[in-house]
Design a protein around this ligand. Structure first.
Ligand SMILES: Cc1cc2nc3c(=O)[nH]c(=O)nc-3n(C[C@H](O)[C@H](O)[C@H](O)COP(=O)(O)OP(=O)(O)OC[C@H]3O[C@@H](n4cnc5c(N)ncnc54)[C@H](O)[C@@H]3O)c2cc1C
Length: 393
């Protein structure tokens, strides 16, 4: 079948790679001039890591991965450990692949390199799609220059501000979360003595997640979440200042403040939006995938992972589909994915309240529960054990 993917981000490129394993003729339309990725780091949990390996990315993926030894929850004020979970042999034997921290640009680069070797995939850069006209038999992609092209299937993987989404009925606006993420990098040479952990420092109305990323563990990535009354500017990401970042974390532990001292400019601010789970993901031969469909707050570190799961399930649904049953195959994909992604979206929202508790009895109860709950990451088994390669479709 002739398949168009709108958007060449993590979701679109993984979908192209997964579809290339079947005899489809795939075109990815990406508005940027080349493979480009903003943002610094992304955590890839085993549910998605297993899929990247199944797509043949093994060596390249290991080369860009930093595998943390522990996940540590710390208190904002004094850096005391609330809970430390070892990502040990037991974790590995349960989930087959380790948790990986990667630089987003490196992940997109290895996906793009793999896609570029697929003879049945064309990557069209600098191509801005403005809308899609779905129908049962085929779908029409409309470009910014006024031209259009017909495909048997169109997949909207064009991110949270998707232009494809309203064409299949998703006319809601992204919901501003009231928080912004400051993304800052510290060079490894300045923090080489730190353990290789994923650390979540929780404080009133804010939290900070940090982990190493980059080939050769080149940087410590800091994602600092703090309140933001509104987001008026048009762009959802912009350059921030170190002064502003410092001012938002006054009174935090000396260990954390000393990390901020070592941050390399530039610092970016990223507005955090999500949307309610969407009931209808597609019409006729058009569907959605990744953030276009189920954007979530990053508090489960699952947005990219869910896009990767979508890609694999979608490719399975289309593996033996043809033009006469393409729309049915898309509905099977949507039915298989709707519940899972809604659960992760809702859990991400709930984690905001859990991480941002103000000091008091509720926060003490939270910390106690974290500290005495059984060792391991069993609370996340439902996320990590989902298998997109075998889930019923
Ligand atoms: C601070 C922060 C931290 C995060 N941390 C994690 C994490 O640890 N783990 C995790 O799994 N997820 C994480 N996420 C979420 C993750 O970044 C997203 O879920 C993921 O990037 C979604 O991928 P996507 O391909 O669906 O969309 P995008 O990455 O937004 O890609 C969309 C692509 O479509 C292109 N495009 C858009 N419109 C058009 C158009 N009209 N025509 C042509 N092309 C178009 C864009 O240029 C882009 O390349 C985090 C997010 C944030 C904000």
């Amino acid at each position: 079948m002739k398949i168009a993917i709108v958007g060449g981000g993590i979701g679109g490129l993984t979908t192209a790679l997964a579809l290339s394993q079947h005899s489809h003729d795939v075109t990815v339309f990406e508005r940027s001039a080349g493979i480009r990725e903003i943002g610094a780091g992304v955590q890839i949990s085993p549910n998605a890591g297993r899929l990247l390996l199944s797509l043949g990315l093994g060596a390249a993926y290991s080369e860009i991965s930093v595998n943390p030894h522990r996940v540590v929850l710390r208190r904002w004020e004094d850096d005391s450990i609330i809970r430390a979970t070892e990502l040990d042999e037991g974790f590995l034997s349960q989930h087959q692949v380790p948790l990986a921290n990667v630089a987003r640009n490196e992940l997109v680069e290895i996906l793009g390199n793999a896609v570029a070797t697929c003879l049945n995939v064309a990557l069209k850069f600098s191509t801005h799609v403005v809308s899609v006209e779905p129908s049962d038999a085929s779908s029409e992609v409309i470009f910014a220059d006024g031209s259009s092209q017909s495909f048997d299937i169109v997949i909207g993987a064009d991110g949270i501000h998707s232009v494809v989404r309203p064409c299949v009925g998703g006319i809601d606006r992204p919901r501003f979360s009231g928080s912004a993420a400051y993304r800052a990098l510290v060079p490894r040479s300045a923090v080489d003595d730190l353990p290789i952990d994923v650390t979540n420092r929780m404080g009133p109305d804010r939290h900070v997640v940090s982990y190493f990323i980059g080939r050769g563990r080149s940087h410590l990535n800091l994602v600092c979440i703090s309140p933001e009354e509104s987001w008026e500017i048009e762009s959802w990401t912009e350059q921030g200042t170190l002064e502003d970042l410092h001012s938002r974390f006054e009174g935090w532990s000396p260990e954390f403040l000393s990390l901020l001292e070592r941050v390399e400019e530039p610092v970016f601010r990223w507005a955090l939006f999500d949307r309610e789970p969407l009931e209808q993901w597609g019409i006729g031969t058009t569907t959605l995938l990744g953030d276009a469909c189920h954007p979530m707050l990053p508090f489960m570190a699952q947005g990219s992972c869910q896009a990767i799961e979508d890609a694999v399930v979608l490719a399975r649904c289309l593996s033996d589909a043809n033009t006469s049953d393409a729309a049915d195959a898309l509905r099977r994909y949507e039915d298989a994915r709707r519940g899972r992604t809604a659960q992760v979206q809702n859990s991400s929202l709930m984690n905001r309240d859990l991480f941002h508790m103000v000091d008091g009895q509720e926060q003490k109860d939270r910390d106690l529960i974290f500290s005495i709950s059984p060792p391991g990451m069993s609370i996340l088994d439902w996320v990590y054990e989902y298998d997109a390669l075998t889930t019923p479709v």
